[in-house]
Structure formats: structure tokens, C-alpha cells
Design a protein around this ligand. Structure first.
Ligand SMILES: Nc1ncnc2c1ncn2[C@@H]1O[C@H](COP(=O)(O)OP(=O)(O)OP(=O)(O)O)[C@@H](O)[C@H]1O
Ligand SMILES: [Mg+2]
Length: 355
């Protein structure tokens, strides 16, 4: 009998290692890899994990992503809550989560993997993330990492890897941080990180505002606040919506939200513009005057999940133009929340061809 192959048969590895792009984010993880028709398949899942005991055998079972969040809201863990694995325990959970995810897609060991990673000055967190990457079963042929804001700009700037050959500014609007950086042929100039404008803070503000708007009758948790934002936020044409809560004593209460989603987002965007104009761009202008001028004559690339909000890119252009007193253009990928993984996937493809 022929020996059973250990290699997954879902992928064709005859023509070389399979390219895979990965973004491990604090809210969501995204994978990009080849589909059967020569296109790219993306998987987007919440970065969370819950364990439970098998009722029959007593073995530990692991659930991750949306399923874990829905079934075990009481003890689901978002192990990258702060952006990177803070300690050994969280690194271990992240490993477990990532292995489950790779296994569920049958991703092969014979692969070239590029990770899109945040630009955060946190040596311990980065080293823990590195442990997760090193310990994973994929990436047998090659493992590299590139800045998330560079990867996220790649699908926004062309069908190939044009972004790596240009001079431009990229801004990542994520859950835990605002990141900005100028790129010159892939080299980072004046990388900037700020916790002053974040998706998580918007969620907190939405929860507070809902309490106020309903005269204290409605308290929502941060997950619900995030869902309100993701479903209803719109800078072009926000529409008031209603929701219902069950009351502790029985019965239900219906309420309408008019202001509580867009007011926090309005403040958020003002803060983003303020941070970029007064901190990031002024520093870039001081240290790299010529690249600054070149980069600002091109569209600024926005990436990250918050960029998905309809109308945000145009509103960003208007407000930053006003703040700087000159015309600024901005652009983004079709799916800014998937862009970093897609860009990482294209880099992986290029590196795999060169092996
Ligand atoms: N369709 C959407 N509409 C509005 N907001 C969204 C949408 N999709 C994602 N977001 C928000 O974007 C943020 C997550 O962005 P992203 O996935 O880029 O961050 P992350 O990589 O998980 O976090 P970080 O970079 O901080 O580690 C969250 O606040 C999320 O609620
Ligand atoms: Mg991110």
C-alpha cells in the first residue's frame, strides 16, 4: 500500500510552495490564499477563542471566531486585545487559535507565508508574536513579515506590487491604534503610532452615548456597540435605527438610536485628522521634506477596518484638506478590512516565485 501523504491535498504544491498572507489583528484575523480557479480566497474571523470540556470524554475542546463569541460570550478571550500577545499565556492562546484556523482550511506546511504586522514599539509583544509565527505549522518554505500599513496599501495602488515601488503615505485605522507611515520604495519614513483615535475607543463612546440617548434605560456592551457601528455607521447617509432589549424584570424595551453612533465617529475622524496633521505630517515634513512633498501630491492610502465605513474616505479628504489648507486626495482598497492580508499574499506570491 502506498504511504499516506502527510501533505494536505486541498492545495497544489507541485509547482512550488503555496503563498499565504496573514493579518493577525486584535479584533479580526484575515487569511488570503489561492482558490481553485487561480483567484484568491480570503477568510475573516474574530480573533478570539473559547475552550470547553467534552461532555462525554472530558477532553478539552477549542472553539474560535464568531462561533466562540456567540456560544461562550461569558468566557471568550480576545487574546490580542491590546494589539500583540502581552504575555506567554496569551501567546499560547494565539498559537492555539491560529493552528485551529489553519487546520480548518487545510493550509499546507509547504507554503510561503507573509505576515502583515503592526508597527508598534513593544519588544515583548513583538517577540511573543514571533513565537506564534515560528511555532505555526505553515510557512515551511518561507516566513517573512512586513508592516501592515504597507501590505494594506498594495491592493489600493494597483493589481500587482506597485505600492512597493512608490513614494506615498499610508494610514491604518484599526481597533487599538492609529498608524501612519510614509513609504519610499518600501522603506519606512517617520513611522507613527497613536492610541488617541481608535476603533475600540469609538465603541466605548457609542456605549456611553447610547446610555445617554436612552436616558439611562439602555446599557450595551462593547461588542454590541461595535456591531451598531459596523452595521449602521455611514458618513453619507446615516439612518436612525431601533433595537430591543429584554428587561431584567421581564418584558422588553424598544428604543431608537439617532445620534449615538455618528457623534462618536465624528469626534473620531476629527482626532484622526488632528493627529495626522499636527503630529505625523509635521514630523515627516521636518525630517524628510522632499519625500513629504512628493507623498502629499499623491493620494493618501487608508487601510484597516474603520475605513469600511461608507463616506469616511471622502470626509477624511475634506477635513484634512481644510486642516492643511491644501487639496488632499485619499484612496483605499475595495475591501480595506481585507487589504493587509491580500497585500501580504501578493508579496508571498512574489517571494515564492523567487525561491
Ligand atoms: N464594515 C465595518 N464598518 C465599520 N467598522 C468596521 C467594519 N469592519 C471593521 N470595522 C472596525 O474596524 C476595526 C478593526 O479594524 P482592523 O481589522 O483593521 O483592526 P485589527 O487589525 O483587528 O486591530 P489592530 O490593528 O488595532 O490590531 C474595529 O474597530 C472594527 O469594528
Ligand atoms: Mg491591524
Amino acid at each position: 500500500m502506498p504511504e499516506e501523504s502527510e501533505q494536505s491535498d486541498a492545495f497544489d504544491t507541485e509547482s512550488g510552495p503555496v503563498p499565504i498572507g496573514v493579518k493577525l489583528g486584535s479584533t479580526r484575523t484575515v487569511l488570503a490564499y489561492p482558490d481553485e480557479d487561480g483567484g484568491v480566497e480570503t477568510v475573516r474571523t474574530l480573533t478570539c477563542l473559547a475552550t470547553y470540556e467534552d461532555a462525554l470524554t472530558g477532553d478539552e475542546r477549542v472553539l474560535y471566531g464568531e462561533e466562540a463569541a456567540r456560544q461562550y460570550p461569558d468566557r471568550v478571550q480576545f487574546m490580542l486585545r491590546s494589539g500583540l500577545p502581552e504575555d506567554a499565556d496569551r501567546a499560547e492562546l494565539t498559537k492555539q487559535f491560529f493552528e485551529e484556523l489553519c487546520r480548518s482550511r487545510d493550509l499546507p506546511e509547504d507554503s510561503a507565508v507573509v505576515y502583515a504586522i503592526p508597527t508598534i514599539d513593544n519588544a515583548r509583544g513583538l517577540s511573543n508574536l514571533n513565537d506564534v509565527i515560528e511555532g505555526s505549522s505553515i510557512g515551511g518554505a518561507l516566513v517573512r513579515s512586513f508592516p501592515e500599513s504597507l501590505c494594506g496599501a498594495i491592493p489600493a495602488m494597483g493589481d500587482d506590487l506597485e505600492a512597493v515601488d512608490e513614494i506615498f503615505i499610508s494610514v491604518n485605522l484599526g481597533s487599538t491604534n492609529l498608524e501612519a507611515c510614509a513609504y519610499r520604495h518600501g522603506e519606512q519614513l517617520s513611522p507613527f503610532v497613536s492610541g488617541a483615535a481608535t476603533g475600540n475607543e469609538v465603541d466605548r463612546q457609542i456605549a456611553n452615548a447610547v446610555e445617554e440617548e436612552t436616558q439611562g434605560r439602555v446599557n450595551i456592551d462593547r461588542t454590541t456597540a461595535r456591531e451598531y457601528k459596523e452595521e449602521h455607521a455611514d458618513f453619507n447617509s446615516f439612518e436612525a435605527f431601533t433595537d430591543i432589549i429584554q428587561q431584567p424584570g421581564g418584558g422588553s424595551h424598544e428604543f431608537t438610536i439617532e445620534r449615538s453612533v455618528m457623534e462618536p465617529l465624528d469626534d473620531y475622524l476629527d482626532q484622526v485628522v488632528d493627529e495626522l496633521a499636527n503630529n505625523f505630517l509635521s514630523e515627516l515634513a521636518n525630517t524628510h521634506m522632499k519625500p513629504y512633498q512628493l507623498a502629499l501630491s499623491r493620494p493618501i492610502v487608508l487601510t484597516g477596518g474603520m475605513t469600511c465605513i461608507p463616506g469616511l474616505v471622502e470626509e477624511f479628504e475634506t477635513r484634512l484638506s481644510e486642516e492643511l489648507g491644501r487639496d488632499i486626495d485619499a484612496t483605499t482598497a475595495e475591501r480595506p478590512d481585507l487589504a493587509a492580508a491580500e497585500g501580504a499574499y501578493r508579496i508571498a506570491g512574489q517571494l515564492a516565485r523567487n525561491l
